[in-house]
Design a protein around this ligand. Sequence first.
Ligand SMILES: *Cc1c(COP(=O)(O)O)cnc(C)c1O
Length: 493
Amino acid sequence: MNFTETRGNDGSKSTQVAFSDAILNPSASHGGLYVPEFLPNLGEKFISKHINTSYKELAYDILKAFEIDIEDEDINNALDLYDNFDDKNDPCPVVKVKDDLFVQEQYHGPTRAFKDMALQPFGSILSSIAKKRGEEYLILAATSGDTGPAALNTFKNKEGIKVACMYPSGGTSDVQRLQMVTEDGSNLKVIGIEGNFDDAQHALKNLLNSQTFKDELENDGIKLSAANSVNFGRIIFQIVYHIHSYIQLLKQNEITLGEKIYLIVPSGNFGNALGGYYAQKMGIPIEKILIASNENNILTQWINDGIYDINDKKLILTNSPAMDILKSSNIERILFHMFGAERTKELFDNLNDNLKFELSKEETAQLQEIFSAVHCDDTFGLQTIKTFLDDGYLMDPHTATCLKAYEQLKTKDLKAVMYSTAEWTKFSPTVLNALNVDQKKYNDKEALTQISKKYNATIPQMVNDIFEAEILHDTVVQKENIEKEIVNFIRGN
Ligand SMILES: *Cc1c(COP(=O)(O)O)cnc(C)c1O
């Protein structure tokens, strides 16, 4: 299958590219993204068949349905990485929390957040095709705390790949920072930035668009790519687990084939929600996708009013930092599939020029047929964590935002699957604030210890280990010096 561009073609790039090209060079014409030309329809037979297969077999068949230009051996090697998750037979278990509410736990991978679900196999596929082409890539990653550890983990010691990962110094949890600065691999560079996540993200976008930077890399024979969810190579793996949700409810005899379900997704860059949208378009009976946001309520406004306006918006730092975002990349792919390339380009030109775009009434109605959205504040999140823990279920602050959507947006008597995107161990100080109903500033180590003692909760070995691990990356720089730092790294200085 070929991939096409969300904002149309500018005459300098091909109008259609293969999957491998779309993931090695994720920027399309006019600043757009790559999307599949059409979506395969899976049908009921496909679903029935997979009630009794493994997660890996499901993923393999979905990748095959996209007819991607990746050899079987490389696909299988990538999918084998799910063997390193807590339960090799079920990397993302679907657990019942009450009568009509289920949670898919997406955090059982090596870095304890849902980024592993896609970044683990994506990293493997990207490195194998780079190697086959004899090319060398620099992968840039900007992170608020979860993408960085997952990208470093998947690419460490991979031939032909170097990774430069930027994080806001002082802006992540201790566990997140330690996961990055203790990661071992001669091809990795971790850079703390004196600034916030927006500064890190901004630096990344500047580098991706800087011709002088690209020229410098080219001199060293290195090409540039990105590991965030603008890359379709991540999205394809994010379709699989939504289909897995449906199949798990069937398998657990909670629904019958054809019965619809709700998905509830805590959203930031909208990659997770986009995967759910694709699953629905591929024939999975999904009633609606309920979008949960925090106080950065840009997605709620977009879905409820059809308006995307960042003029008077300031980024608010919340307890769910992975959802602290104003520019959500993957809504672009939704707009393309609903309204076409010409309209998408028009809307994004508006956003670039006026920091705002507005859908028509009809377009907004079309969007609302698929999505509903609501946002919550930190007080709601803390209460939710406490309520659930009193019932014996431990969740992180991102997952907690889903409950607002469950309470307010689920209008039909159907089952719902919400997504748990991080393990509590990554955000333990917030969880302890919820339990103690206080605002103290705990450090991660004491919060982990207190919670695990009080609730007999398990702390995974890797989380315990990083507190003892050697710090291998101690670079912290001003924004202006990032480029120089990366060029020095590439040259081996
Ligand atoms: C990245 C992330 C999100 C947001 O996911 P998107 O696909 O960007 O919408 C939510 N929760 C956690 C813990 C994350 O790391």
